[in-house]
Design a protein around this ligand. Sequence first.
Ligand SMILES: *Cc1c(COP(=O)(O)O)cnc(C)c1O
Length: 375
Amino acid sequence: MVDLQAQHDRLQPELNNAIADVIRTAKYINGPQVAEFAANLSAYLNTPYVIPCANGTDALQIAMMALNLQPGDEVILPAFTYVATAEVIALLKLKPVLVDVNEDDFLINPSLIEAAITAKTKAIVPVHLFGQCADMETIMGIAHKHQLAVIEDTAQAIGAIYTFADGSRKRAGTIGHIGCTSFFPSKNLGCAGDGGAMFTSDESLAKRLKMIANHGQNIQYHHDDIGVNSRLDTIQAAILNIKLKHLDAYEQARNLVADAYDKAFHQHPNYVIPARVKQSSHVFHQYTLKCKGINRDNLRAFLQQHQIPSMVYYPIPLHHQKAYANDVVISGSLSITEKLCSEVISLPMSPEVTAEQIEYIIAQLKTFTSQNLNN
Ligand SMILES: *Cc1c(COP(=O)(O)O)cnc(C)c1O
C-alpha cells in the first residue's frame, strides 16, 4: 500500500548519518534530537507544546489520563475508526459512546453528538479519518456548550489544514484541547518503528502530559501521579527530523495520486469516490472508494491476481468486535458505519506511486467492472 523503500532510498545517506550520530553519542533515550524534533513539529504545527511519546495509542491514553477522566465517565467517538481510539477509553474503564459517521466523507456526524451527551459525558474524540479534518468548528461549539474536553485523533491527518468560518486556519490536532498523532511507519509522517506525539496550547495540560508520559514525575523519583513509560526513541526522533522537512511535499504528491483516482472514478456506476469536505485540506492518508453493486472480495482477489494491493479499513465495526460488543454504548443508529464496513476499499496511496502505476491500477479496476468479472 505504501512504498517505504522508495521513500527511504532517496533519504538514505541523510538517514544513515543521523542514525550513526545517535549510535556514536549513545544518547538513545531523550537525546537532543527528541527535543529538537518536538521544537520542529511545534513550529510546523504552529502550536506551543509538543510532547513526544512511544506511539499513537499511548498518546490517546496519556491524553485521557491528563484530563483526569474517571472510571464510568463517557467519551464520545465515531463508530467508524481504528480500534486504538476506543481501546484506550475502555482500558481506563471509561465508557466509549459510539456515534455514526457521514456516508460521503467517513467523518463523525456532528449533528448526532448532542443526542449522545449525558451527565457523565466528559470528552469527545473526533478522528480525522483518512486524512481530512472532522467538522471541528461545530464540535468545538458543542464541547464548549457542554463543557467537554476535545481530544483530536490526528494519527491519519498530520499536516491537514482546517479553515474556520471566519477564514482563520489551524493544523489538524491543534484545535481541540489535546491532539494525538502516530509516527507508525505507514502514517504520512512515519519513523522506522513506533512513535507518537501529543500537542496542546495549554501550558498546564502540557506539563501533565509530559509528567504522565514520564512515570508521573516532574522531578526524578518524585511521583505525583500514576503515569506510564512512553518515550520517543532518539533514533526515531532523528529520522523524523529529516522526514518532517518533506511532509508538505509528500502531501502534494499524495494529492496528485488522489486527483488521478478521482478523475478516473467520478460518476463511475460501481465505484464512489471519497467526498472532500469544505472545511479541511486532505492529506490522503488513505484513498478509499465505496463499492456499489459489485462483490468487494472478488474485486480484491482480482486486484491481488494483478499484483495490486488493496485494504479494507475497517471491515468490522467496533460494536461487532468480540472485545467491545458489551463495552460500548451505541448512540442512535450506526447503520452508516455498518454499510461502510461492507463497501469500502482503500487503494495504493503514497507519495511514491508512479504515474504508470496509477494508470495500471485504474485500468484494472475498470476491467473488473466492464468485463463483468464480478461473479
Ligand atoms: C494508527 C492509528 C492510531 C494508533 O497509532 P499507533 O502508533 O499505531 O499506536 C490511532 N488512531 C488512528 C485513527 C490510527 O490510524
